[in-house]
Design a protein around this ligand. Structure first.
Ligand code: GLU
Length: 375
């Protein structure tokens, strides 16, 4: 048995292959069961958010398409038809159990922009306070590559810390994490608990992508990294176990549990690492690297030996060593072109170039986060 303590909020992700049947029509029994369980959760004092895939798959069904369209705009049209259908069913079954649900559609930039993330967080909070079940999905009808989260395992993992979830459950067509690909090796064993996502764990993610879903095991492991470093547990399990949802949250050993880290990142650090895309790189020398890793010092111009990509001041950048290993992420006080003028200089000289009001640190220690492992 697993001991999750007293849980207040959980987040559940359902994949496209679970929400639809083999002919891509909606799995009504599943939605009915979910809403019935959410009523039980409400009685137990547990708030729940749902990340539901299925918009594109249902849209394909509605439009009579057998394959996922390659053309972006047709995929988006499918999503717009399918998302409306999806919510129709969620609302129907929510009403059956006297529950209320609301739709939230997001893209990556809703997380990357801290102000928008705050609005999103406030909306979610208001929904929980008013007993409304948030049903989230990517805004696929508008999503293009640059702004996409890309898969709902990651999306659920990005939302989990925002609602202070105690547990994220990813329901999919995979039983859990196996030590080798169970479709190929019949002696493959499922791992019950993972306490650290190390290289051995990453190696276990064989190609496991399903026909209609987007994520494979790798997106699930990445999701686990995102949530466990924010202090939230995560379980991967097969959606054919959904009838045992209450047993799962009561701690029965179903699926693979990824145990939360005790030393989790602060919410600002977590945002910088997982919710932002770096706009460029600052390359530092070995002296600066050692000081950074040992004492988390500010990055001064003197320790900088190069810069790559064009970025504006206040951009999030990677701090890399000479061999291009990413050591940290931070918010730069200077643009890339300003940094190329001052790299290697003493700070006093910098102040004489940009004026006494200018900052002597290119990145202040408070605005950087050291990456403890390869991200
Ligand atoms: N957002 C997609 C949809 O609703 C699914 C993405 C995923 O499968 O992870 O169709």
């Amino acid at each position: 048995m697993r001991d999750f303590g007293k849980m207040k909020r959980i987040i559940i992700k359902i994949g496209s292959s679970s929400i639809t049947t083999s002919d891509l029509s909606i799995n009504k029994n599943l939605i009915d069961f979910l809403m019935k369980s959410f009523l039980d959760f409400k009685k137990m004092g547990i708030g729940v958010a749902l990340v539901s895939s299925g918009a594109i798959a249902l849209g394909m069904h509605e439009l009579g398409l057998k394959r996922k369209p390659k053309e972006m705009s047709l995929k988006q049209a499918c999503a717009s038809v399918g998302q409306a259908k999806l919510m129709e069913y969620y609302n129907f079954f929510a009403e059956k159990y006297n529950l209320k649900c609301g739709q939230i559609l997001v893209n990556h930039d809703d997380f990357e922009d801290r102000k928008r993330m705050l609005y999103l967080s406030n909306t979610l909070d208001a929904m929980f306070k008013n007993d409304i079940i948030p049903i989230l999905n990517e805004n696929d009808a508008l999503a293009v590559e640059e702004i996409k989260v890309g898969d709902n395992d990651t999306l659920a993992a990005l939302v989990a810390p925002m609602i202070d979830a105690d547990l994220l459950i990813l329901f999919s067509d995979i039983d859990g994490l196996y030590d080798k690909n169970p479709k190929i090796y019949n002696d493959a064993k499922m791992i019950e608990e993972v306490s650290s996502i190390n290289d051995d764990i990453k190696k276990m993610c064989g190609a496991n992508t399903s026909i209609v879903g987007t994520g494979g095991m790798i997106t699930k492991i990445n999701a686990a990294k995102i949530v466990t470093t924010a202090g939230c547990n995560m379980i991967i399990c097969n959606s054919n176990m959904i009838e045992r949802l209450i047993d799962i949250i009561n701690g029965e050993n179903i699926g693979t549990l990824f145990i939360k880290n005790e030393n989790s990142f602060t919410s600002r650090e977590h945002w910088m690492i997982y919710k932002t895309h770096s706009k460029g790189k600052i390359i530092i020398d070995d002296g600066c690297k050692n000081a950074l890793l040992n004492n988390k010092i500010s990055i001064l111009p003197k320790g900088i030996i190069g810069v790559s990509n064009v970025f504006l001041k206040n951009s999030i950048v990677d701090i890399v060593d000479k061999s291009n290993n990413i050591l940290a992420k931070g918010i730069s006080n200077y643009s890339s072109s300003e940094i190329s003028k001052i790299q290697g200089m003493e700070s006093s000289l910098v102040l004489s170039i940009f004026g006494p009001e200018s900052k002597k640190e290119v990145i202040h220690a408070n605005n950087l986060v050291i990456l403890k492992e390869e991200f």
